[in-house]
Design a protein around this ligand. Structure first.
Ligand code: GCB
Length: 601
């Protein structure tokens, strides 16, 4: 009874205001796929490797409208069809192809993937094919018919396929192409492996005809006592009710749908999410036909001069950078367990913060990190010199940014959206990144905008931060490799840092390489001793930076990169990990751990 009274007290009825479905600029994506009726299409997929683009164009027997995507079968012994998915090789999805098949280790090009599945039609349901990520370009065919395409290797995309599915047997074919191109984001140069394939999970999701598509539920900027947001319901009627229920807070809010959107706002005093207490609340969203459950944290983030404030209190970000590379087996991370191993190592190091480099990581990674109390920096692969004056390149970058924010806008752990990494100064680059920042703020005014700058050795009096990008971001990221790419380690402590901007600075990269188990003098490169010394000297340097608000050294674990050929040392791995790819901790791990454990901030 008491509960009921409380719920009634908390019951608000708010008429929706002017926000309409057309105002929403988020990507066309279902929010919170794991709370939906979901058939996994993971597992073995049949594949055909196609370096000549033979299955698509150009073949006498395969005119353009009759490619591998038709999944043709011979019907008589005299038929000539020079491919057959049913007898082809197979690859695991999710997964990269490079580490699953020796002959695909360096492969960059097209692979055709095919999966059979059954579907039982239900006239009350809609069906969606949802891909968590495919690197890099995907063209998707269902039952021989093209249903759409997607560009960008690290963000989700979906297609509504209700009317294209057949009762019973169906097949989906995906043409996956990871050829690097100058105009792409990232461009042709990158210091990580260009893993190809359907690298994350694939789902067949069904929803009611009128379904909850998307929502945003969080604390508004600077306010810790109001939860507000909106719910978007497709195929709804004006006047239908949406209920947002947070049982633990004893809040149940009703809001009326208008043009597919229901806005709400409710007074509440949630326990705030933080690394000390990563509290998530069960949130249940209901419409007359649909129901979803999420787990959402509430917190605010802001800056004050050179401080980052979490829930109005200054916090120092003790971080580490992470690539989405699987421990022990290398290749792409494909399971929750692998995410947890990486995160557990970051915990052991004493981190409260992770930089998910250099592209959006999986939703699983973000959600696991959030549960464990890590603050997150999430970024798009605007990396080094992309074509800043190319409109299509910008559209691609903005699309990846929009998909990242759309997917993760309800994750309290994410404090920072990063627009770019180490981009060379210039006018075209400035307006490119300024436009991205504008778009990010339009979609989400509650988080901070950052970018990792490469501002080494500027100015006369040490390192002066004056990159004009500093005017655009809220938090300045600096990648600096004192003792590795610039100067000897002993020169680092004397470097004086200055900044033109009264803004927080995160040392978003710092570090050096070492081969696990290689020992020697601290002046010998690649030894663990050298790397440990680089860390010691950089920590001394960082202690003197008054406007330092955190750091995310490069990097938690050694990762594959085809820029790193040095035999018997690198062997295609960037060796700046604090941990080897086989999980062995190097000396520098303990130097950073000591710093994080003993520093007073
Ligand atoms: C950087 C890049 C990062 C590289 C790293 C390195 O500045 O941002 O992607 O892997 O340096 O190891 O050189």
């Amino acid at each position: 009874m008491k509960n009921l009274v409380n719920i009634l007290i908390g019951l608000f009825l708010i008429l929706s205001t002017t926000l309409t479905a057309q105002n929403l600029e988020f990507a066309d994506l279902l929010q919170n796929i794991n709370s939906r009726q979901n058939t996994s299409l993971n597992g073995k997929w049949d594949i055909i490797v196609d370096p000549l683009e033979n299955g698509y164009y150009n073949h006498r027997l395969l005119p353009k409208d009759n490619g591998y995507f038709k999944n043709a079968k011979m019907t008589s012994p005299s038929d000539l069809i020079e491919y057959n998915f049913d007898t082809s090789f197979q690859l695991d999805v999710p997964g990269d192809w490079n580490t699953q098949m020796d002959k695909l280790y360096y492969y960059e090009g097209t692979v055709w993937y095919k999966k059979d599945f059954t579907y039982h039609a239900n006239s009350d349901k809609l069906a969606f094919l949802y891909f968590e990520a495919v690197n890099y370009e995907a063209i998707v065919y269902l039952n021989g018919e093209r249903i759409g395409s997607h560009v960008g290797g690290y963000t989700p995309f979906q297609f509504e396929v209700t009317n294209k599915l057949k009762e019973g047997d169906n097949f989906v074919v995906v043409k996956v192409d990871n050829k690097r191109k100058k105009e792409n984001v990232p461009t042709v140069n990158q210091d990580w492996w260009n893993y190809g394939g359907i690298t994350r999970s694939v789902h067949l999701i069904t929803t009611p005809k009128s379904y909850i598509k998307d929502y945003s539920i969080q604390l508004p900027k600077g306010n810790t006592t109001t939860i507000d947001g909106w719910v978007q319901v497709e195929n709804s009627k004006d006047g239908d009710l949406v209920t947002i229920n947070i049982p633990e807070l004893k809040k149940s809010v009703n809001s009326i749908l208008k043009n597919g959107i229901a806005k709400f706002s409710v007074k509440a005093k949630p326990v705030l999410w933080s690394p000390y207490s990563p509290k998530l609340y069960e949130v249940i969203i209901k419409t007359p036909t649909d129901k979803l459950t999420d787990h959402i944290g509430f917190r605010t983030v802001a800056t004050d001069g050179s401080k980052i404030l979490l829930n109005n209190k200054p916090i120092f970000l003790k971080g580490i950078s992470i690539h989405e590379e699987a421990p022990f087996k290398t290749g792409r991370v494909t399971s929750k367990e692998e995410c947890k191993i990486l995160l557990q190592w970051a915990k052991e190091l004493g981190c409260n913060f992770i930089r998910l480099a250099h592209y959006p990581h999986s939703e699983t990674m973000v959600r696991e990190a959030e549960k464990m109390g890590f603050m997150i920096w999430s970024e798009i692969p605007v990396y080094w010199t992309v074509q800043f004056d190319n409109k299509d390149t910008y559209a691609n970058a903005q699309n990846q940014l929009t998909e990242m924010i759309s997917r993760d806008k309800n994750r309290a752990a994410i404090l920072l959206w990063s627009m770019a990494n180490e981009t060379p100064e210039g006018e075209a680059r400035l307006s490119f990144i300024a436009d991205l920042a504008k778009q990010a703020r339009k979609l989400d005014n509650t988080r901070l905008i950052t970018a990792a700058l490469d501002t080494q050795g500027k100015g006369n009096d040490g390192n002066l931060i004056e990159d004009p990008l500093g005017t655009i971001v809220d938090v300045i990221g600096i990648n600096n490799y004192c003792g590795w790419y610039a100067g000897a380690p002993e020169t680092c402590p004397d470097i004086k840092w200055a900044s033109k901007y009264d803004k927080p600075m995160i040392m978003s990269e710092v570090g050096g390489g070492a081969l696990y188990g290689l020992h020697g003098n601290k002046n010998e490169r690649w030894t663990e001793e050298y790397q440990a010394d680089v860390y010691k000297k950089n920590i001394e340097m960082m202690r003197n930076i008054k406007f330092l608000a955190g750091l995310s050294p490069w990097i938690l674990m050694d990762f594959r990169s085809s820029r790193r050929p040095l035999r018997r040392i690198q062997d295609d791995f960037n060796r700046k990990g604090l941990i080897s790819e086989q999980g062995m901790k190097k000396q520098a791990f303990y130097i950073l751990k000591d710093y994080y454990n003993n520093e007073n901030n």
